[in-house]
Design a protein around this ligand. Structure first.
Ligand SMILES: NC(=O)c1ccc[n+]([C@@H]2O[C@H](COP(=O)([O-])OP(=O)(O)OC[C@H]3O[C@@H](n4cnc5c(N)ncnc54)[C@H](O)[C@@H]3O)[C@@H](O)[C@H]2O)c1
Length: 320
């Protein structure tokens, strides 16, 4: 009975991305056994509610830190795909908590590598486009532009370390590294510290939108949850084939001004400019050409994602 199900393990599965991927997998796929691992470090219990409403699939949940789990545990036996999303994820916080980030993220990935080796699963690892940087205006960056690897935070430095560890350790196994742009889109475990979501929340409360000085015209890459799911599905569906590649996963490159304009079309907004620890002069675009060659078609309409986020809050607050 068990063998008829394809086992997909998702670590950090209750977070912003994980909650979306889990629900989508369960809604759209058949005969999968989804194993979610998450110690609820950020208390996202609602991501667990009503997960499996049909009998096409199986779901298990383990309230555990992946670093403390045994590779030989039956939980992992027969795993076909491991989506390793478990991480501390606030780039700005990583400046003051570098060791904590290193301990959690790098050691978590070390464990994910061990599980991959033991089970022969495909490892899907979300890296970040924040591993890149460039001082050239409007530079278009590709995966193999080594000189553009200029991480701007300890979080991004650690992502590069994790990537290198995966490449070195899993040469003879199967992995795919996806360098994700900043996430756009709604999910039950969503966070509100990233640009679009934070701005939408502030606009909904009639607060001033807080924009990092210098960042208004800077162009950065964004990825919608829908695109993240669709790309992961491409690799899940061909998990028996060896991939061992890095892909940029970007829906669109946008400036903060572009995002504010999209919000403005729906809501009145006021702006205020603030300092940030990540104050760099960089403006760059990330190419998604390599991923498009695998069949990935980026979502066209980001407006709808912004409307969905704004519609989560329908207050009528006065200015304060
Ligand atoms: N959100 C983005 O904009 C973005 C962009 C690029 C890359 N990523 C990467 O994608 C992944 C998921 O991001 P997210 O936005 O869903 O993050 P999130 O913070 O919303 O979720 C991360 C989840 O991981 C869990 N977790 C943390 N440490 C763990 C551990 N040791 N063992 C098991 N679970 C643990 C947390 O409890 C949390 O539920 C992360 O690796 C992140 O770095 C995110």
């Amino acid at each position: 009975m068990n063998n008829k199900f394809t086992k997909i393990v998702i670590s950090g599965g209750l977070g912003h991305i994980g909650s979306y991927i889990s629900q989508k997998l369960l809604k759209t796929q058949k005969k999968i056994h989804l194993v979610i691992i998450d110690p609820l470090y950020s208390q996202r219990y609602p991501s667990l509610f009503n997960l499996n409403n049909n009998s096409k699939n199986k779901v298990s949940f383990y309230d555990q830190d992946i670093r403390n789990m045994k590779v030989s545990s039956r939980i992992f036996s027969n795993t076909k795909v491991l989506i390793h999303l478990a991480a501390k994820t606030e780039a700005e916080n990583s400046f003051s908590k570098k060791n904590e980030y290193l301990q959690n993220n790098l050691e978590g990935t070390r464990k994910a590598i061990e599980i991959t080796k033991k089970t022969g699963a495909l490892l899907i690892f979300p890296s970040s486009t924040s591993v890149y940087g460039s001082k050239i205006k409007n530079d278009l960056i590709f995966e193999n532009d080594k000189e553009k690897l200029l991480p701007q935070s300890p979080y991004a430095e650690i992502k590069l370390k994790e990537e290198n560890l995966i490449k070195k350790s899993l040469k003879n196994y199967n992995y795919v590294i996806l360098r994700l742009g900043t996430v756009i889109g709604t999910s039950t475990g969503m966070r509100f510290h990233t640009a679009v979501n934070k701005f939408s929340y502030q606009a909904s409360l009639n607060k001033k939108i807080t924009i990092w000085k210098n960042a208004f015209l800077q162009i950065r890459p964004y990825a919608t949850l829908k695109d993240i799911f669709n790309s992961m599905l491409i690799f899940i569906n061909r998990h028996e084939k060896k991939t061992n590649e890095i892909y940029n996963l970007v829906t669109k490159n946008l400036s903060v001004k572009d995002i504010v304009t999209l919000i403005k079309a729906q809501k009145k907004v006021r702006l205020t400019f603030v300092n940030s620890k990540i104050m760099n002069e960089m403006t760059y675009k990330i190419s998604n050409e390599k991923l498009r060659k695998t069949g990935f078609v980026p979502q066209k309409n980001l407006r709808n994602e912004i409307i969905k986020t704004l519609n989560l809050f329908n207050f009528h607050n006065e200015k304060n």
